[in-house]
Design a protein around this ligand. Structure first.
Ligand code: ADE
Ligand code: ZN
Length: 339
C-alpha cells in the first residue's frame, strides 16, 4: 500500500519537471524502513516526524542519510508509487523525477534494480490515476567528474524507456561545468534530454557556464540569471526553460521570502518557467503549494498557471505522442474550468 494518499481538490492541471525521488520520501516512510534495518535516523527526523537540517550542506547530508534506507527495488517502488499518487491527487498529469544511481549504490542496489523498482511504482500509480512519469538520471556534482561519467555509462548500458533525461545535481559551489562536458556529450549522443542545476547557490556566471559546457535545454533553478540582463535575454532568445523551485529557494535561504523571489520578474521578461517542489517534505512543500503560493503572491490568474503547465508539457523529456496526449488533457481541463 502506498503511504500518504492525499485528497486535495483538483484545480489547475499541473506538471512537475524537477523533483528528486529520494528527496520526496515522506519522513514516516524513511523512519519505518530505518527501523526495519536498524539504521539510526534520529539526527535527521524529529520526534514529531519532520526532517531536521539547517543549511544547504546539512540538507545534503540529511538527504544522503534518508536515501540510505532504501535498499530494495520494492522500497523504491513504494516510494515512487507514493510520490506519484500524491502528485496526481494535487492535479498533476505528468511528473519527471531525478534518480541518483550513486545514492542507490550506497544502499546496495544496482542501477538496473533501482530503475526497475521506480518504474514499477510509477506504472502502478499510473494505472489508478492516469499520471505519466519519466526519470532523469543525475550525477552528483560534488562526487566529481568520474562518478558523473560512471552514471551516464550505467544509463547507456541498461537503457530503460522511462529514463529519458540526464542531469547534474549536488553542490553547485564545487566543480566547474567543464568537468562534466564529456558525460553530457555522451548523454546528448544517446538522445537524452539535458538539464543541470545552476544559478541556485552559484551566480549568473554559473548559469552561463552550464549553458556553454553542458548544452542543456533546461536549467534546475537558474533563478540567479536575473542578476545579468544579457543572460536573461539569452535565456529568452534560446528558449531555455527554468525548473523554478520557489519553496526550496526560500527554505534554503536563497531568497528570504517568496515576494523577493525573481520567478515573476523572469516570467514577465519572457523567460520560460515551470514550477516545481524539488525535495518536498524537506522543504515542507508540495507541487500544489508551489502553484498556489506563487499565484497568490504575484497575482497569477488561472490562465497564468495553465500557461506554466503548458511550458512544462512543451519542455518535458518525453516522446511526441505522450506530449500530444498531455496537451489534449490540458485543453480538456481548460474547457471544464471555463464551463
Ligand atoms: N539534490 C537534492 N536537492 C538538491 C538541490 N536543491 N540542489 C542541488 N542538489 C540537490
Ligand atoms: Zn533539485
Amino acid at each position: 500500500m502506498a503511504e500518504n494518499k492525499t485528497t486535495t481538490r483538483v484545480s489547475v492541471p499541473k506538471v512537475e519537471l524537477h523533483c528528486h525521488i529520494e528527496g520526496a520520501a515522506p519522513p514516516s516512510l524513511v523512519k519505518r524502513l530505518a527501523e526495519r534495518d536498524g539504521i539510526d535516523v534520529s539526527r535527521i527526523i524529529s520526534p514529531d516526524g519532520k526532517y531536521i537540517w539547517s543549511d544547504f550542506t546539512s540538507f545534503l547530508k540529511a538527504y544522503d542519510l534518508a536515501s540510505s534506507v532504501f535498499r530494495t527495488p520494492a522500497d523504491y517502488g513504494l516510494l515512487a508509487e507514493t510520490y506519484f499518487r500524491m502528485l496526481a491527487a494535487e492535479g498533476a498529469i505528468y511528473g519527471e523525477v531525478f534518480i541518483s544511481p550513486d545514492h542507490a549504490r550506497a544502499g546496495g542496489l544496482s542501477y538496473q534494480s533501482y530503475v526497475e523498482g521506480i518504474a514499477a511504482g510509477i506504472e502502478r500509480a499510473k494505472i489508478d490515476t492516469g499520471i505519466e512519469g519519466r526519470m532523469i538520471a543525475i550525477g552528483v556534482r560534488h562526487f566529481g567528474a568520474g562518478s558523473v561519467e560512471r552514471v551516464i555509462k550505467e544509463v547507456l548500458a541498461f537503457q530503460h524507456p522511462m529514463v529519458t533525461g540526464f542531469g547534474l545535481a549536488g553542490d553547485e559551489r564545487e566543480g566547474h561545468p567543464a568537468n562534466f562536458a564529456k558525460a553530457f556529450r555522451m548523454a546528448k549522443e544517446a538522445g537524452l534530454g539535458l538539464t543541470a542545476h545552476a544559478g541556485e547557490f552559484g551566480g549568473a556566471e554559473s548559469v552561463t557556464a552550464a549553458l556553454e559546457f553542458l548544452g542543456v535545454s533546461r536549467l534546475g533553478h537558474g533563478v540567479k540569471a536575473i542578476e545579468d540582463k544579457a543572460l536573461v535575454r539569452r535565456l529568452v532568445e534560446e528558449g531555455i526553460v527554468l525548473e523554478v523551485c520557489p519553496g526550496s529557494n526560500t527554505a534554503l535561504g536563497v531568497y528570504p521570502v517568496l515576494r523577493f523571489h525573481p520567478v515573476n520578474l523572469l516570467r514577465r521578461q519572457g523567460v520560460r518557467i515551470t514550477l516545481n517542489s524539488d525535495d518536498p517534505p524537506f522543504f515542507r512543500t508540495t507541487l500544489g503549494k508551489e502553484y498556489s503560493s506563487v499565484a497568490e503572491t504575484f497575482g497569477w490568474s488561472f490562465e497564468d498557471q495553465l500557461d506554466v503547465t503548458l511550458t512544462g508539457i512543451e519542455a518535458a523529456f518525453c516522446d511526441e505522442a505522450t506530449r500530444q496526449r498531455l496537451r489534449v488533457r490540458l485543453d480538456s481541463a481548460k474547457e471544464k474550468l471555463d464551463a
